[in-house]
Write a protein that binds this ligand. Sequence first.
Ligand code: SF4
Length: 279
Amino acid sequence: MIYLCAISNISSGSCSEDCSFCTQSARYHVDIEKYKQKSIEQIVEEAKAARKNRALGFCLVTAGKGMTPSKLEYVTTAARAVKEAVPELNIIACNGTASYEDMIALKEAGIRSYNHNLEASENYYKDICSTHEWKERYKTCLNAKKAGLKLISGGIFGMGESEEDRVSMINSLKELQPVSITINFFHPNSALPLKTNPLNIEESLKLINNVKNELSNSRIMVAGGRERMFGKRWTEIFDHGANSIVIGDYLTTSGESPSKDLAVIESLGLEIAEKCNGQ
Ligand code: SF4
């Protein structure tokens, strides 16, 4: 059973943080589309299209370190509008570090899950971000769980981390036991401080396998970097433990066209999930 999720970048770019893997940091002047707030009408249209493309999850993502009162107001307004227009979608919020109280407000607006990635190990995070601490990320994951939201968390592989860092990040995820793990493969950009991703396909497939073995109760989603890392071999991710993908575009990079992905999944005889089954 394959679970599909779509992303809407509802507030893009101009972030003051210095995460060296992120094209939305204002410090690196990456040529991406920037806007403060996507219109609610556009978000609802995207939600309808996501469901048409058989996505079950619809993720409202905002750039920036974390939640603010105005962001909370915007995200909850968007969530209520999506819930009314497309009630079958599970709405996910992804708005950076957030308090327990923020999580409660998100839940009351009909949001079911919170996505907050650890991104890297606690130790390596210091090398890739100097403006906030990994501990805040971990705490945000705990806040989501405490508020009764379903936690989605994971990280990015291929940012120059060591094997030890990978083990450490996976151990932290084991403590958190997210319902779904997001695995991203770093997408290099010459404007970023991190310029390359040293991983190859075989190594990346092994990493997916490893995450699945260590977190056997979680859904395993391959998100950003899927097309770039695996090319035509992307369906091999399903043989290595993945059972979920992002369909459509990512935050600042384009994805495969949903109809192509759907056709490939169906040609493999894999079933596309129509319900979340508690996860
Ligand atoms: S806080 Fe988020 S949006 Fe800002 S630079 Fe870091 S990853 Fe990018």
